[in-house]
Design a protein around this ligand. Structure first.
Ligand code: SF4
Length: 334
């Protein structure tokens, strides 16, 4: 592991200032905020992340869950995944979020991992974590070993000729279906980004994963009030029953009235280079009868642009079945 400096921030302003000052003082300085450290410390041990400075943000006042100003909810960046999953208010209003969180990682990891860290979770692509393999995400311009290599678990939506890595988070898929907003604090002030605009497609620059600028800190997320009379759920399909990443998953929010779908939000996990909202599926669902035929048509629409590689072609059908099953289950929820 390379040596790095370590600072503990005592205020949000100080954290942003420390990060900005380090970037200004030293060209190429890599500053990382650290909280639970469940991804970052792993990647530092592997030599994939080589920060020159860590800013410990564990003492910032960002660990609360509370009501938002619009009737929704506000969740601090330092709220642990386990606390979010078991919060009674979130469970009641947004069950899809709790289900997604509890399907991820292990109880020990959920006790450490934070909201902000989960938003920034890095891919599990084998070659990204192997320092000697070609990987455009880890080392821009070096190539992509996954294209001709092992890519069974990688993405089929939103890929490019430069990267086919999957976003591994479950929480992020639920947040997509809930229309969350990410709140960011930097030296130049605060800003809000709808989660649908937070993640970048890999394109020619897969090393750039989000719209965060150097030194910017995620402070919290907000969730709008639940759609009236809506129901929601998360389904995750994987190689083993626990402590495993999704091969395909679906987060679904449905408003059904008199047998008709009045509102729908659909997001897919395990298949996209970013947590994958599907306006195509939502367009099919809204205004259609709540029937098996509609669920099938929505799944067809959601995967219409899939570009599989030989080893992960099975994901196209798997993701369709996953979404159909999620829609069926959520529609039957009382
Ligand atoms: Fe790297 Fe992306 Fe290729 Fe994986 S798929 S090796 S993360 S460039």
């Amino acid at each position: 592991m390379q040596s790095f400096s370590f600072n503990r921030a005592t205020s949000i302003n100080q954290a942003a200032h420390l990060a900005a000052a380090a970037s200004t003082a030293q060209q190429g300085a890599q500053v990382r905020f650290i909280a639970g450290g469940t991804t970052l410390t792993d990647l530092m041990k592997l030599g994939v992340e080589t920060p020159t400075q860590l800013v410990d943000i564990n003492h910032l006042p960002l660990a609360d869950i509370g009501p938002g100003s619009d009737g929704g909810m506000k969740i601090g960046a330092l709220v642990r995944n386990s606390d979010m999953a078991h919060d009674a208010r979130l469970l009641q209003a947004y069950p899809v979020l709790s289900q997604a969180l509890l399907s991820g990682a292990s109880a020990q990891l959920r006790n450490m991992a934070t909201t902000g860290g989960n938003l920034l979770q890095r891919t599990r692509c084998t070659y990204f974590r192997d320092n000697v393999s070609a990987c455009n995400k880890r080392q821009p311009g070096s190539g992509c070993a996954a294209m001709e290599g092992v890519h069974r678990t990688l993405a089929i939506l939103g890929t490019s000729d430069h990267c086919i890595a999957t976003n591994p988070s479950d929480m992020n898929v639920a947040l997509m279906a809930l229309d969350a907003t990410v709140h960011i604090h930097g030296e130049r002030g605060q800003r809000q980004v709808p989660i649908g605009e937070f993640y970048l497609l890999p394109g020619q620059t897969p090393d750039k994963e989000t719209v965060l600028q150097p030194g910017e800190l995620i402070t919290h997320i907000t969730l709008p009030p639940p759609l009236p009379n809506s129901r929601s759920g998360y389904l995750k399909l994987r190689d083993r029953a626990s402590y495993e990443f999704a091969l395909a998953s679906a987060a679904v929010v449905l408003q059904i009235d008199n047998g008709q779908v009045r509102g729908a939000r659909v997001a897919l996990g395990g298949v996209g280079t970013r947590p994958w909202r599907s306006p195509e599926a939502e367009k099919v669902l809204i205004g259609s009868p709540a029937t098996a035929l509609t669920w099938k048509a929505a799944a067809q629409a959601a995967l219409q642009d899939a570009k599989p590689h030989p080893e992960n072609a099975f994901k196209v059908e798997l993701a369709k079945r996953c979404l159909i099953h999620a829609l069926t289950t959520v529609a039957q929820t009382a």
